[in-house]
Design a protein around this ligand. Structure first.
Ligand SMILES: [Zn+2]
Length: 104
């Protein structure tokens, strides 16, 4: 099981969280002027990279706050966390916090 470190509550099991998908997707300002393709791209098209990915997570069974995580989709290593008012905090890959309980 993946351990995720909530910026407010600390390390918790993945089952306490809900993934909100790819981070940094801004809603278009003037949606009335978008073509159907542009609107569809905003709603459905995601990068889904193999490697480093920025995601939004919510601590659903805890503080219920949203934050962002930078995660490697191959190794599942979480490289850092970011709140919406604080820049990315890099994880020390040797401290074991983000990797505890990792099964994949
Ligand atoms: Zn929390």
């Amino acid at each position: 099981m993946l351990m995720i470190e909530c910026p407010w509550c600390g390390p918790r099991a993945e089952t306490e969280f809900s993934c909100g998908g790819e981070a940094d997707i801004a809603r278009p300002l003037d949606t009335e002027k978008l073509t159907d393709k542009e609107w569809g791209d905003y709603l459905f098209m995601r990068k889904n990279p193999r490697g480093v990915h920025r995601e939004q997570w919510m601590h659903t069974q805890g503080c219920r706050r949203w934050f962002k995580a930078q995660r490697d989709t191959v190794s599942y290593e979480i490289q850092g966390y970011e709140t919406f008012d604080r820049p990315l905090l890099k994880m020390d890959s040797n401290d074991g916090k983000a990797q505890e309980g990792k099964t994949q």
